[in-house]
Write a protein that binds this ligand. Structure first.
Ligand SMILES: [Zn+2]
Ligand SMILES: [Zn+2]
Length: 244
């Protein structure tokens, strides 16, 4: 089974992936915790945040907090996949080794932690996922390029075109869509009006091209309780989770 949750921001919100949090959701959704084999984080995973050596085995953090965090993730009894957000170190992500998985390629952080590539299609536990990702940081004026802000946070033209081509070629029907920021409609569902973000515009275009059951997104640090799940196609998640 798959557990989907929101931004973890390196160590800040790592408890989104704690056994306690996931077990709480399992209880609500009447699922068995031991059956959770995949956990997905909807962007702003933030590991690695600091530069560190990378080889074919993944990252080798030097910062004590990141050494600790990596060990914590490695001890989890499931595989973790992260969508790319805006508070993610893209300079490091670009150096991660690519490995074959889920019928496509993923980027390896360590043996059980991987980034899903933007604009790609993956088969996860028998379900077809479209993975988007990225967003514009509205606080980028206060951030330092290559230290706390990366211009690659928004999908570039090549990635966007590739994604559109892939949908046209391989089929536009998906079980689930995962993105970091949402679509205009998705964001409006919790009462926020759209900000000027090219990624939201791109997500809107994609939405008009595809069919899907549910669209999960993070970024807005907004949770919808499980009660809203049945009534909406757009599901914003932060600390809460959903089991598929
Ligand atoms: Zn974000
Ligand atoms: Zn965030």
């Amino acid at each position: 089974m798959i557990y989907i949750t929101g931004d973890t921001h390196n160590t800040i919100d790592m408890s989104n992936v704690s056994g306690k949090r996931i077990k709480f959701c399992c209880k609500k959704m009447q699922a068995d915790y031991k059956a959770i084999s995949t956990v997905i984080i909807l962007g702003d995973f933030g590991l690695p945040w600091y530069n560190c050596p990378i080889d074919e085995n993944g990252i080798h953090p030097t910062a004590p907090t990141e050494k600790y965090l990596l060990k914590w993730f490695k001890n989890k009894p499931f595989t973790i996949f992260a969508v790319m957000g805006n508070h993610d170190n893209y300079d490091m992500i670009e150096k991660l080794p690519e490995v074959e998985m889920l019928g496509n390629k993923v980027l390896k952080v360590c043996d059980n932690v991987f980034y899903l590539k933007r604009g790609e299609v993956y088969q996860i536990e028998g379900k077809r996922f479209l993975i988007l990702g990225g967003a514009m940081s509205d606080d980028k004026a206060y951030r330092i390029p290559h230290v706390s802000w990366w211009k690659q946070e928004e999908m570039n033209k090549t990635e966007k075109n590739r994604c559109i081509e892939k949908i046209k070629q391989d089929g536009s029907s998906f079980d689930y869509v995962l993105s970091h920021t949402g679509t205009t409609k998705g964001i409006a569902s919790f009462g926020t009006s759209e900000i000027n973000d090219s990624t939201v515009t791109f997500n809107n275009n994609i939405e008009s091209m595809i069919s899907y059951k549910k669209w999960f997104f993070g970024h807005w640090h907004t949770d919808w309780e499980f009660d809203n799940y049945e009534n909406s196609k757009f599901i914003p998640l932060y600390h809460a989770g959903i089991i598929l």
